[in-house]
Design a protein around this ligand. Structure first.
Ligand code: UDP
Ligand code: MG
Length: 340
């Protein structure tokens, strides 16, 4: 299809796929958060059918209706009545995109879970490609956006965000990769079980690890040009990404504190020298300089020490597991999948 251009494979390591993924007919769950998308839902349904029918897989579509108020709920119920592949979860009110993603992961029953937007920006034609990579043995296949159809300003903001995040994040997070992609059921379960409340899915998806690969997928424009996630919503998400995957903003005070200490030492030596060995010092000047620079340095150092504690407290309450097991050999552990 003209919609999709597939670029080079991003990971090169060779391995053999678990045999079960090659032979059996897998069930693929397609998770779709919906917030006021009435006019596109039927087209979306048909285009997903067209993309997955004839491919060797079973599928279910899980529509998570995030408190829609435009009649999307009724359209979804009607679709579910006609097509048993369609499953619907209605939220009691609008809880936000990331919450809808979480609900979808929790309800998915498939061997792998595909996550996509329901505004036709994510091309359903990419789904079989994701599944192919998964059959090859990859546990996470994510779409890398080839180019964006958004405004110039928004594109610049995204570029700045991804560059900042990849520079300061404590685990590498691929650039220009959003929610669109596939995760193996083990990965889906692992992500769904993470306890943290502020969730940035692409970050969590890289954090868990496993074998990951990116595929270049062109991203279409929104069918109605009216994003449901507001600009401030995106800013909040960017903040979540940065504060949940980096302690840089807090630890920066350590650096400021050391700088301030250096400045204090230099100023103190200089003004004391003037006071004691020259007659250049104005009365009151030395004590002023000394106290101002001393308390400046003290503040920054104090904040940096507090910061170190806060980082540790945050780490502790977020309660991410200390490690994630992929597979084991000769080890009895029911939680891990048997080695391929
Ligand atoms: N969405 C949602 N809850 C919200 C806002 C959006 O479930 O509160 C859904 C929306 O219907 C769409 C997806 O999340 O399927 C992405 O929304 P949008 O297109 O506004 O985000 P963008 O493409 O700009 O990142
Ligand atoms: Mg969109």
């Amino acid at each position: 299809s003209l919609l999709i251009a597939f670029g080079p494979v991003m990971t090169t390591d060779q391995f053999t796929a678990p045999t079960s993924r090659r032979t059996h007919r897998p069930l693929i769950s397609i998770v779709l958060p919906v917030y006021n998308e009435r006019s596109v839902l039927e087209t979306l349904h048909v285009s997903i059918l067209r993309a997955v029918e004839g491919y060797n897989m079973d599928y279910e579509m899980i529509f998570v209706d995030d408190g829609s108020s435009d009649g999307s709920s009724e359209v979804l119920d009607r679709m579910a009545g006609k097509d048993p592949h369609v499953r619907v979860v209605h939220f009691a009110r609008n809880f936000g995109h990331q919450a809808a993603v979480q609900a979808g992961l929790e309800h998915a029953r498939g061997d792998a879970v595909v996550l996509m937007d329901s505004d036709m920006q994510d091309a359903p034609e990419a789904i079989p490609r994701f599944v192919d990579q998964w059959r090859e043995g990859y546990d996470v296949v994510y779409a890398i956006r080839a180019d964006r159809k958004e405004s110039r300003l928004k594109r610049m903001a995204f570029a700045a965000f991804y560059r900042t995040l990849s520079r300061i994040a404590s685990t590498p997070i691929p650039q220009d990769a959003g929610n669109f992609g596939l995760v193996d059921r083990r990965v889906a379960r692992q992500i769904a079980e993470l306890q943290e409340r502020d969730r940035y899915f692409p970050g969590l998806r890289s954090w868990v690890g496993y074998r990951q690969i990116g595929i270049v997928v062109e991203r279409a424009a929104r069918y109605d040009g009216q994003p449901r996630v507001s600009f401030w919503g995106l800013c909040r998400l960017a903040k979540t990404a940065i504060f949940s995957f980096s302690s840089f903003p807090l630890s920066v005070f350590g650096v400021i504190g050391m700088l301030a200490l250096g400045i204090f030492t230099a100023l103190a030596s200089f003004s004391l020298f003037c006071k004691l060995f020259t007659n250049l010092a104005i009365p009151g000047w030395t004590s002023h300089i000394l106290s101002a620079s001393f308390f400046g340095a003290l503040n920054a150092l104090g904040i940096s020490i507090l910061g170190e504690y806060v980082i540790r407290i945050y780490d502790q309450v977020r309660g991410r597991p200390i490690f994630v097991v992929d597979s084991t050999r000769n080890v009895e552990d029911e939680t891990a999948a048997p080695a391929a």
